[in-house]
Ligand binder design. Structure first.
Ligand SMILES: Cc1cc2nc3c(=O)[nH]c(=O)nc-3n(C[C@H](O)[C@H](O)[C@H](O)COP(=O)(O)OP(=O)(O)OC[C@H]3O[C@@H](n4cnc5c(N)ncnc54)[C@H](O)[C@@H]3O)c2cc1C
Length: 328
């Protein structure tokens, strides 16, 4: 009897509630790009902005490598333009974070997206574009100086330190790649490594040794950021020799890892060992039918605005195809 009652309740719920075709979680380049493509394909997308409307780019002053802006553009301006473009095609924007999701295992099944305590939206299609966040050192002035000398991306900000001295923190692949990139344009690159060895691949270690302007400081931690209005230097503590030293630099690149924003998908989607959403090669298809992932949340390699926007487009096109097949 209770079983039958539950079926009726579920049926009533499904008839009463509007089932959407496209919900997008995230308002970075991936989310807005997906929204524009989905809206233009008549999927009437609903987009959740989350805790950081506009995404990571809103924390940077100048974006010089995004296509179509020959004079560069501020991260905030770029993301305001993306939002405006998505709204032009009637994307419904909800300024809330998604708390949790219940994703269907069935083809054509309904995914439930919960926000603002008990509110829930149901949709056949879901695009996850929740991005990632950089790991911080956790020292004073670190957050305050982002964009004022502190950066998490050498490809993005290295150019501002041409012919100057900079430092990179980290001993993994990303840190070494950042250091090699910077060594081509900067005077001296200090590579600050906490351990007494590098954990990066041997190929990168060999490439590092070929650069005579990269100065590796092992067993070292940055303990202080020096500067009033912008970064002027750092204090480094060598925990082997128990000595402090100050190096004067204009740029500090923190490369101690990224954390994908996938906490709410932990028991719902297949994630890799670092927590990134696993997608099919060359696609945005995840482990659940009707759920697609775009941008940094599924990409631990490139992590660029343009690649995020590209995969946002792919996710919308993949979802359009999926809905078409389900309707057949
Ligand atoms: C300081 C800095 C400077 C950079 N400079 C450049 C540059 O010059 N050029 C370049 O190409 N790249 C740059 N990058 C990298 C670039 O910002 C990222 O690659 C890009 O923003 C990733 O886009 P995304 O859409 O995947 O995610 P993000 O931009 O990370 O956006 C993620 C979105 O998801 C939302 N979200 C997360 N969880 C939830 C939730 N539970 N519910 C709802 N919403 C949620 C967030 O609020 C956010 O809106 C920079 C990054 C940083 C940090």
């Amino acid at each position: 009897m209770t079983k039958i009652k539950n079926i009726f309740i579920k049926l009533f719920y499904v008839i009463k509630k509007k089932i959407h075709n496209c919900v997008i979680i995230g308002s970075g380049p991936a989310g807005y790009s997906a929204a524009i493509y989905a809206a233009r394909a008549d999927m009437t997308p609903i987009l959740f902005t989350g805790f950081q409307p506009g995404g990571q780019l809103t924390t940077t002053t100048s974006v010089d490598n995004y296509l179509g802006f020959p004079d560069g553009v501020s991260g905030n301006d770029l993301m305001k333009r993306c939002k405006k473009q998505a709204e032009r095609f009637n994307t419904k924007i909800i300024n809330q974070s998604v708390n949790h999701v219940i994703l269907s295992n069935k083809k054509g099944g309904i995914h439930r997206i919960f926000f603002s305590k008990e509110k829930c939206i149901e949709s056949r299609g879901l695009i996850v574009a929740t991005g990632s966040r950089s790991r911080f050192l956790g020292i004073y002035k670190e957050k305050q100086f982002i964009g004022l000398g502190i950066s998490f991306c050498a490809t993005c900000d290295g150019f501002f330190h041409k012919e100057k001295n900079v430092a990179v923190i980290g001993g993994g692949d990303t840190a070494l790649e950042e250091a090699i990139f910077l060594a081509k344009i900067c005077k001296i690159v200090y590579l600050i490594v906490r351990r007494n060895n590098l954990k990066a691949s041997k190929i990168l270690q060999n490439r590092i040794l070929k650069n005579n302007n990269i100065n590796i400081l092992f067993c070292s931690n940055v303990t202080e950021i020096i500067g009033d209005n912008f970064l002027e230097g750092i204090k480094i503590f060598n925990h082997k020799t128990k000595t402090n030293r100050i190096v004067l630099i204009s740029g500090l690149f923190i490369a101690i890892g990224h954390v994908p924003n996938t906490e709410i998908f932990k028991n719902e989607l297949d994630l890799d060992e670092k927590g990134y959403i696993i997608v099919q090669k060359g696609k945005t298809i995840t482990s659940k039918p009707g759920v697609f992932a775009a941008g940094d949340v599924q990409d631990s390699d490139y992590r660029q605005a343009i690649t995020s926007a590209g995969t946002g487009c792919m996710a919308a096109l993949d979802l359009e195809k999926y809905l078409y097949v389900c309707a057949e």
